[in-house]
Design a protein around this ligand. Structure first.
Ligand code: SF4
Length: 134
């Protein structure tokens, strides 16, 4: 496996699926946008008892995706910053291969440091147990 993000392609920001936020993501992004956590939630989140996810706008997958790329890049959610080191991709070589079809970074760069990749997989599992339990 290789990976080096080909910055600017932003294909990962425009895939179907939800962006889940941890509480830390919620607070960090709200502060970055100079919003209270409550105001950020009202404007951007779909919230249930156990999860927070970004609402999906009509035309693109992520409301923060603009012409210059990610509008919250320095504080982006853990789910975005750990891509492609997600449990469902690291644990499943077929899914890794499939994801290569739209992520050019997965066909470039140095060999993946599996220790570091697994660390991010662990972080994702711990941060989002509702996605990975069972
Ligand atoms: S799709 Fe892959 S190469 Fe493109 S911005 Fe996302 S991580 Fe980088």
């Amino acid at each position: 496996m290789r990976f080096e993000c080909q910055r600017g392609c932003v294909n990962c920001c425009d895939q179907p699926g939800f962006v889940y936020l941890t509480e830390a993501d919620h607070l960090r992004i709200a502060a970055h946008l100079h919003l209270t956590p409550e105001a950020f939630q009202a404007k951007y989140l779909y919230r249930t008892k156990n999860l927070r996810r970004l609402r999906i706008p009509r035309k693109v997958q992520c409301v923060f995706l603009g012409p210059e790329g990610c509008g919250i890049h320095p504080v982006k959610p853990l789910q975005c910053s750990t891509f492609p080191y997600w449990p469902e991709l690291l644990d499943n070589p077929m899914e890794w291969e499939k994801t290569k079809e739209w992520c050019p970074g997965m066909s470039h760069g140095p060999l993946v440091n599996i220790k570091l990749a697994n660390k991010q997989v662990k972080q994702m599992r711990a941060a989002h147990p509702h996605l990975y339990q069972g």
